[in-house]
Design a protein around this ligand. Structure first.
Ligand SMILES: [Cu+2]
Length: 485
């Protein structure tokens, strides 16, 4: 193959940068891959991450072992990408837990850099929650204990290392963690191979197949990619039967909002938010999904003839990123019952029970120094030793979050609170959006927006975190510690 001069230069630059990055432990190329990305659209079949088997079980606990390691994997056709993966996979293997039954995950770090693991959405004791300074050093292991007391829900585990979360996740340190709840069994929702996770990510690639990482000014704005990956496959196709499917959709990107919608105009039937099943299913034309948010939807393919192709669009993307994947109706399915109108019990938390309201302002501090910009909460950068709120155990509180408007700068801050689930009382003084009316652990705040959340601080005492889930904002200090006392 003859390369153009421009490509040769790009390869040279990639090698140099890869060498430079190697010292830092990371392997990022440079220069965009020169080919036409769209040619890969809908060519590779969807892959579902394997479910991890426990190494041991006893009366109360399932024990897992995960090694964090480098691997060269084929994400793009005929190219290899160096990744950092749980068990060397991109994304990592799925852990399935049962509500009320404990799991212990022993994580071994064989990477050249410190790591931390956080179970996003978990009700987890403080020592296992993945505080950013509780590092696993290279060559060492740490066991994380998860009680799985929370509701049945689609959670995920991912890196949370101090100052390095963005790059560690971009390299691949993320996987699904599903809590199964016996109360779901009688609902007749799709199960087994009809219950399918869709982990949405975007990545840029260099000509050698390695990731390219650009995070904007000072590495602080957020890393976006040109290729849309679902479970690590670029714009996959998925052969489906004429029946219902449950899709557990996670936005695991660093800084990109996705808004899935069916291109044929049919609605998505939303059945769950971050914290599990909604009281009843609702129809949505599209569901905006900021970073770290999850939504479960049911799609019914029984109404289409075999051979029908249905694209899952991304209403917040442009060009190649305006599409996510394609469903292809390939075979007949069984006759099924409709989705039940009652899915779960969800008691609204009464604002009258709130002992207090706290205000948190998500803003920016710009100064004449290097670096000139930091993301802040109540004007402060993250300090792991300083707590921004002392909350009494068992107390109900309202947290009023504000995204301080800063000109026209794109500043979506998806705010994640550890330990608890909350309900959204208000968005900009009005009712929350239809797709965010269930239990949540992450709420998206667009430039200038504000929300009021209500939550009860039970589960555990100790130090926990609230932070922006734009990972570059998180690493550049938009994080706060709170303590449950
Ligand atoms: Cu942010």
């Amino acid at each position: 193959m003859k390369r153009t001069r421009r490509e040769m230069l790009a390869v040279g630059a990639t090698t140099l940068l890869a060498a430079a990055a190697g010292r830092n432990g990371l392997h990022f190329g440079s220069g965009e891959i020169p080919e036409d990305l769209a040619k890969w659209k809908f060519s590779k079949p969807l892959r579902v991450p394997p479910v991890l088997s426990p190494v041991r079980i006893d009366a109360k606990t399932d024990y897992y072992e995960i090694t964090q390691k480098e691997a060269d994997v084929e994400l793009l056709p005929e190219l290899h990408t160096r990744i950092w993966g749980y068990e060397g996979m991109f994304p990592g293997p799925t852990i399935k837990a049962r509500r009320g039954r404990r799991t212990i995950v022993r994580q071994t770090n064989q990477l050249p850099h410190k790591t931390v693991v956080h179970l996003h959405g978990g009700v987890t004791e403080t020592d296992s929650d993945g505080f950013p300074t509780d590092m696993i050093m290279p060559g060492e292991s740490r066991s994380y204990v998860y009680s799985n007391e929370g509701r049945g829900a689609t959670l995920w585990y991912h890196d949370h290392a101090m100052d390095r979360t963005a790059q560690n996740l971009y390299m691949g340190l993320a996987g699904l963690y599903i809590i199964e709840d016996e109360s779901e069994a009688g609902l007749g929702l799709p199960v087994a191979e009809y219950d399918v996770p869709l982990i949405l990510q975007d990545r840029s690639f260099g000509p050698d197949g390695n990731f390219v990482y650009h995070a904007g000014r000072g590495g602080r704005m957020g890393a976006h990619g040109t290729v849309v990956l679902v479970n690590g496959v670029p714009w996959p196709r998925f052969a489906v039967a004429r029946r219902k499917y449950r899709f557990r959709i996670l936005n695991a990107s660093n800084a990109t909002v996705f808004e899935p919608a069916l291109q044929n105009g049919r609605p998505l039937i939303q059945i769950a938010t971050d914290g599990g099943l909604l009281p009843m299913p609702i129809e949505c034309q599209s569901i905006p999904l900021a970073m770290a948010e999850r939504t479960d939807v049911v799609a019914d393919f029984s109404e289409y003839p075999i051979g029908t192709q249905i694209v899952l669009s991304n209403l917040s993307g442009k060009g190649p990123q305006s599409e996510i994947m394609r469903f292809e109706v390939a075979r007949d399915g069984p006759v099924e019952n409709p989705i039940p109108q009652k899915l779960s019990n969800m008691e609204p938390l009464d604002p009258k029970l709130a002992a207090r309201t706290r205000i948190f302002e998500f803003g920016i501090s710009v100064e004449f120094k290097i670096p000139p910009l930091t993301w802040t909460i109540n004007g402060k950068e993250f300090n792991p030793k300083a707590s921004l709120a002392q909350v009494e155990y068992g107390q109900v509180e309202i947290w009023h979050l504000k995204n301080r408007k800063f000109g026209s700068l794109e500043m979506i801050h998806p705010v994640h609170i550890h330990l608890i689930n909350f309900q959204i009382l208000e968005r900009n003084g009005e009712a929350p959006k239809p797709w965010e009316r269930g239990w949540k652990d992450t709420v998206s705040l667009d430039n200038g927006e504000e929300v009021k959340l209500i939550m009860k601080f039970d589960g555990y005492r100790g130090r926990y975190l609230m932070h922006c889930h734009n990972l570059e904002h998180e690493d550049h200090s938009m994080m706060a510690r709170f303590d449950v006392i």
